[in-house]
Design a protein around this ligand. Structure first.
Ligand code: NAD
Length: 371
């Protein structure tokens, strides 16, 4: 099997993880590594040995037989670098979030479609066995009707200089919700505050209305003394908690909740409380980034649908952009003009990723005004 020859662009904090995974994946090889910083390239050489290193994207594009790139540079540089590489005929894996605005993200998805190249966003959690198990459980109706999602992703730092805490941390949780629910959000509102750098929010609470009484809350924070990575998916029948930091039992199902019986003669509902078993499925931890890298290679080699394609990236960026706008509007609700606000069940579904064509998702929704 011919290995996919990949160039890695950006080797600061996250890039070395891409180098390690593209090097160890049987389907891929690292053709060259690019970083604007000579110190970073020196460190890569010390860690990984005899890799070909270059100082610019221009030089990288001259690498013989280069077929794809993986981009792990600051968010503001994703668009120009990814555009350049797609237009040079390369397949592109971009770190989350896809770009710094919905307009840029949609432009990248459009260029990839025009060029017939795979554009994938590294929403790493979509390749986590825990998240896949949760999706299976919810799709098999194990939880019943979903009432809410409550997500907490907090720790001390790492402070970013170019994006706020929402753009840094919330892409993970918003991508998980996008993947598991398979339908668009209707509106979003967010509170946030900047303490260290006056222009960069370091704590935020993001509330998303997914329609049909399904509400979601995402708390992201760089100022927490403790690290918490937890998502609660609460349903009418059962609820589950995803605690990423619990390596032996990351997903727990709770047969706990309420039973509602209407007692019309009393003119009020009767609430009964259920407290049943707690169950934890056996989940192979695997390495999500290795699965992501392998999926990228598989999409290119066999033209299979990409579960984290440009359209997913656009939808996540749209939510990040709207959340930041809402913060600046003192928490005002931003309606998302994605066709999900009309009649029916109030939800605009997109094709199940398992069946979707690569980069063939619906176009990005335009943002409506603050209400
Ligand atoms: N998937 C994940 O779980 C995950 C985790 C962390 C970070 N990330 C993402 O990875 C990306 C990078 O984050 P980071 O924390 O590694 O940033 P970083 O600042 O540590 O590293 C960025 C590197 O890019 C280099 N660079 C900048 N512009 C360049 C250019 N034009 N050409 C070549 N090199 C250039 C810098 O010299 C630096 O070494 C971000 O998009 C971030 O959101 C993803």
């Amino acid at each position: 099997m011919n290995k996919l020859r990949v160039g890695i662009i950006g080797c600061g904090y996250w890039g070395p993880n891409l180098i390690r995974n593209f090097s160890s994946c049987p389907r891929t090889e690292v053709a060259a590594v690019c970083d604007a910083s000579p110190e970073r390239l020196e460190k890569v050489k010390r860690t990984f040995g005899s890799l070909h290193t270059v100082a610019s994207v221009d030089q990288l594009l001259e690498t013989p037989g280069l077929q794809a790139v993986a981009i792990a540079t600051p968010v503001g540089t994703h668009f120009p670098i990814a555009k350049r590489c797609l237009e040079a005929g390369l397949h592109v894996l971009v770190e989350k979030p896809l770009a710094a605005s919905t307009r840029e993200a949609q432009a990248l998805a459009d260029i990839a479609a025009k060029q017939g190249r795979v554009l994938m966003v590294d929403h790493t959690y979509l390749f986590s066995n825990s998240v896949r198990k949760i999706k299976d459980l919810i799709e098999s109706d194990a939880l019943g009707e979903l009432f809410y999602i409550d997500s907490i992703r907090i720790n001390l730092g790492l402070f970013q200089h170019d994006v706020n805490v929402i753009w840094d941390l919330a892409p993970h949780d918003l991508a998980i919700a996008d993947y598991i629910l398979g339908h668009a959000a209707r509106s979003i509102s967010a509170w946030g505050c900047a303490h260290a750098d006056p222009n960069i929010e370091d704590i935020a609470y993001v509330n998303v209305d997914y329609g049909d009484r399904l509400m979601a809350s995402f708390h992201v924070n760089w100022l927490s003394p403790v690290k918490i990575r937890q998502m609660i998916f609460a349903g009418a029948r059962k609820s589950l908690i995803f605690n990423e930091l619990n390596s032996s039992e990351p997903v727990k199902l709770y047969d706990r909740g309420i039973d509602v019986a209407s007692a019309e003669e009393e003119h009020r509902v009767r609430i009964g409380y259920r407290s049943g078993d707690i169950w934890s499925p056996n989940i192979d931890p695997g390495e999500p980034l290795q699965a992501a890298v392998s999926h990228f290679a598989e999409c290119i080699a066999n033209d299979v649908p990409c579960i984290s394609d440009g359209a997913v990236g656009v939808r996540v960026v749209q939510l990040l952009e709207a959340a930041t706008r809402s913060i600046r509007a003192q928490g005002g609700r931003i309606a998302l003009n994605n066709g999900a606000n009309g009649a029916g069940n109030g939800r605009a579904h997109w094709p199940n990723p398992k069946n979707a064509a690569v980069n063939a998702m619906p176009p990005a929704a335009a943002l409506a005004g603050v209400s």
